[in-house]
Design a protein around this ligand. Structure first.
Ligand SMILES: C[S@@+](CC[C@H](N)C(=O)[O-])C[C@H]1O[C@@H](n2cnc3c(N)ncnc32)[C@H](O)[C@@H]1O
Length: 407
């Protein structure tokens, strides 16, 4: 396979790259609909990532960086095909539909243009004029000049071109602005990477009168939304800048008391719940996040692990419970090298660390091992508790009250 960056790839080389990509997607996701496969085969992805080696441009999990902020943090990327395919499957786009994409790049908009066909309409918007400039150029070069590209804050959608049968948000959102619900057709679908207590899931929502109800959700990661809808998590430092707890959704946290917890002794508890190597357990993360009274994500640098301060430095954060000046976080240990199985447990710190570790373990024991059974709803802010699903966890955002319940 060629690894040379080139805008003129011959047909045979492109077919080979696409065959491999499709095979990789099917092996990762287990399924690819004929519609999404046809769209991926039709759009020359390399034209949207100039300068990127072909092997990388057509790799399922690669998300080439487009722009970083002045601190070196990625603020725009061309999303990985794996995530784009997953979200397009969630959206179930049909010919003739009107679709809004929030967060541009060009490539995904071209895939959507393939799915809606000549009778449909695609609008893509981005807050960053550099990004929309590139997207406009690439779309024209790749043969999709009909896609409407706008430079606006996605928080407000694009009223002039509403209603939309589908809205696909390709940037991490903490809330669901009213404009998105208002601009969605009555039987429309919104697919959005929604952050709940620090965990992001790509949720498919359908409209029910004034609120949204989830159909499904999947693990994903996205750059966070900028502009009016920006909402950062709070970072409670536990050991200089090397270890911290990321606290989301305005949960209260005693910063001072927690700051001394890590220095104390460590307790541990084990669950007897095991998982095989390579098996995903993001369902457990969500279960803990939504069941614990106070949930945070432990963020650590590898140097803190090397020093023995904490056990893990996972990219997406380690699920943790906290209370007052104590916290406990999820861990695992190998129980069978032959079968490559691991047992979940928890480490606790602070006066109530042992109790919190036991609480994490009890919740792990009550998890049903699945990923896909929470029901997520988004009701307008101000909806009284009595009109929300009974017994649901309520996350109060600016525009919405997001509820999560388990059947
Ligand atoms: C992951 S990229 C989008 C990838 C793109 N859909 C593609 O085809 O690969 C996320 C984009 O969201 C944009 N963004 C961030 N905040 C935004 C906002 N409030 N409104 C619109 N776009 C926003 C960023 O500028 C960035 O380009």
């Amino acid at each position: 396979m060629s690894t040379v960056s080139n805008t003129s790839v011959d047909e045979a080389a492109q077919k080979e790259l696409l065959d491999r990509l499709i095979a990789e997607l099917v092996s990762l996701e287990g399924h690819l609909s004929p519609e999404v496969e046809a769209a991926i085969r039709a759009v020359p992805r390399h034209l949207f990532v100039p300068g990127v080696p072909l092997s990388q441009a057509y790799a399922a999990q690669d998300a080439p960086v487009v722009k970083k902020d002045r601190y070196g943090v990625t603020i725009s990327s061309v999303s990985a095909v794996r995530i784009q395919a997953m979200m397009l499957e969630q959206a179930q786009i049909r010919p003739g539909m009107r679709v809004l994409e929030i967060g541009s790049g060009g490539y995904n908009a071209a895939l959507i243009a393939e799915l809606v066909g000549e009778g449909g309409e695609v609008t893509t918007i981005d807050i960053d004029a550099d990004v929309t400039g590139r997207a406009r150029r690439f779309l024209a070069e790749a043969g999709y000049p009909q896609v409407h590209v706008g430079t606006v804050d996605g928080e407000f959608g694009l009223k002039d071109r509403a209603p939309f049968d589908r809205i696909i948000v390709t940037v991490g959102a903490w809330d669901l602005p009213s404009a998105w619900v208002e601009q969605l057709a009555d039987d429309g679908r919104l697919v959005v990477p929604l952050r709940m207590r620090g965990l992001t899931r790509s949720v498919t929502f359908e409209r029910r009168r004034n609120h949204l109800v989830s159909r499904d959700y999947h693990l994903c990661g996205f750059v966070p939304m900028q502009g009016v809808g920006e909402c950062r998590e709070r970072l409670v430092l536990l050991h200089g800048e090397d270890v911290g707890l990321r606290v989301d959704d305005g949960q209260p946290a005693d910063t001072e008391a927690l700051g001394t917890a890590l220095a104390g002794s460590k307790s541990e508890a084990w669950s007897g719940v095991t998982v095989g190597r390579g098996v995903r357990f993001d369902g457990l993360h969500l279960w803990l996040a939504l069941k614990l009274p106070h949930f945070a994500l432990l963020a650590a640098k590898q140097s803190a692990v090397d020093l023995g301060l904490v056990a893990h430095a996972w990219n997406l954060g380690v699920p943790a419970a906290y209370d007052g000046g104590s916290f406990a976080y999820l861990t695992y240990r190998q129980v069978s090298s032959e079968l490559k199985t691991y047992e979940f447990g928890a480490y606790g710190h602070g006066p109530a660390g042992a109790e919190l570790a036991k609480q994490l373990v009890r919740l792990t024991q009550s998890w049903d091992g699945t990923n896909l059974n929470a029901r997520i709803e988004a009701h307008p802010a101000g909806t009284p508790d009595s009109e929300l699903p009974e017994g649901a966890l309520v996350l109060d955002k600016r525009h919405t009250r997001v509820t999560v319940s388990w059947p």
